[in-house]
Design a protein around this ligand. Structure first.
Ligand code: UT7
Length: 349
């Protein structure tokens, strides 16, 4: 079903509407892969992984489950949380779409029975969910949509080199989604602003080198390893801390929040040491950082909605709380946004 657009004054762009969070939901696949299981095939151990990353386990899909499958399930949960069964746009943040072309969002819309709605993917790696929220907010602001389903989903387990202990221990699969509707800037749930950035000079720090025009136009046979995710962990660690802390501070300054306004910070769940260092730089008590990676690992574009759904489902995150979201990933790309949490029902993951 396509919703009726907002009535617009003739010849005038309607840019005064805020994006208001109406529902949220998330899912991880059932298969748990704990650190001991990885230690059987890799030169690593539970103690190293827990101490250096904070991760105790992650969930990986079984054969046959796609990113689109997880995205649709998370989307279903977000629609239920919002109490609606229609949207007029679907935006899926992912770097592990079902195929190179076309985008996966139209398939998600079809699976959810949403009709011929606008649907597209956003590719911004682990920062994808924030970028997708920003795209949705833009569409809502100009009357291009009345309600948008934003999903962050990734299935990195299919692109991990089983012999690479620096990536195999970190990444988990999952999907998280939010329903945004057009509303007023002073309503609870209104996204209060965005701060986004990128630095293409760091594109090789986290990448899947193959499959794109760079490889295909080079005229050499593809190398099997180019299908895998590679990451220069130390460099990414430093960028992650600096970019998320700077972006968060710029956003807080822009929206007039001090750290006392931040009840919870949902930072990208890559490594608990990154999360703690961001807290220290921002002078936020570490207890206000949401930590979910101990149970799901780094779920890339899904990590922020998963962490929010986990906290809201457990009753820790409550209506009225000030929430700062900040993310960083390959690209390099990063972004932050903030919201005063609205009252809504949330299904536990
Ligand atoms: O989501 C997108 C953004 N991604 C990130 O932000 C990821 C950021 N990076 C990280 O989280 C960390 O850099 C890693 C978890 C990937 C690696 O942790 P680290 O503390 O930076 O380890 P390191 O690469 O500096 O290695 C330290 C030591 C080395 O041994 P030596 O040379 O000191 O003897 C490594 O060989 O730890 C060793 N090591 C491991 N040992 C056991 C590296 N990985 C492992 C492992 N198990 N899995």
């Amino acid at each position: 079903m396509v919703l009726a657009p907002a009535k617009q004054e003739r010849g005038r762009c309607n840019v005064s509407r805020a994006a208001v969070l109406q529902g949220i939901g998330a899912v991880v696949p059932p298969r748990v892969v704990d650190n001991d299981e990885l230690s059987r095939s890799l030169d690593t151990n539970d103690q190293w992984i827990r101490t250096r990353t904070g991760i105790g386990q992650r969930h990986w899909t079984d054969a046959g489950t796609t990113t689109g499958d997880l995205a649709a399930e998370a989307g279903q949960r977000a629609l239920k949380s919002a109490g609606v069964d229609s949207v007029d746009m679907v935006i899926l943040a992912t770097s592990t779409g079902n195929q190179v072309m076309p985008a996966t969002a139209p398939e998600v819309a079809e699976t959810l029975g949403l009709g011929r709605v606008a649907a597209h993917d956003v590719s911004a790696a682990c920062a994808g969910f924030i970028y997708a929220l920003s795209s949705a907010a833009g569409a809502l602001a100009i009357g291009g949509a009345e309600r948008v389903l934003v999903v962050g989903a990734d299935v990195w387990s299919t692109r991990l080199n089983p012999d690479d202990r620096s990536t195999a221990i970190i990444f988990g699969d999952g999907a998280g989604a939010a329903v945004l509707r057009a509303g007023d800037a002073d309503e609870p749930g209104a996204l209060l602003g965005f701060e986004l950035g990128s630095d293409g000079s760091g594109r090789e720090l986290a990448q899947v080198a193959g499959g794109g025009s760079r490889e295909l136009s080079a005229g050499r046979p593809p190398r099997p390893d180019d299908a895998y995710l590679t990451m220069q962990g130390k460099e990414m660690f430093t960028h992650a801390v600096n970019r998320m802390a700077e972006s968060s501070q710029r956003l807080l300054d822009r929206i007039g929040w001090g750290v006392e306004d931040v009840t919870w910070c949902a930072a990208h769940q890559a490594n608990v040491r990154i999360i703690n260092t961001i807290a220290d730089v921002l002078e936020l008590p570490r207890e206000r950082m949401l930590v979910h990676l101990d149970r799901v690992g780094n779920t890339s574009a899904a990590s922020i909605p998963l962490a929010l759904t986990d906290a809201a489902g457990a009753g820790r995150l409550q209506a009225g709380d000030g929430v700062l979201m900040t993310a960083f990933g390959g690209g390099l790309s990063w972004g932050s946004t903030a919201v005063r949490w609205p009252a809504m029902d949330v299904l536990s993951i």
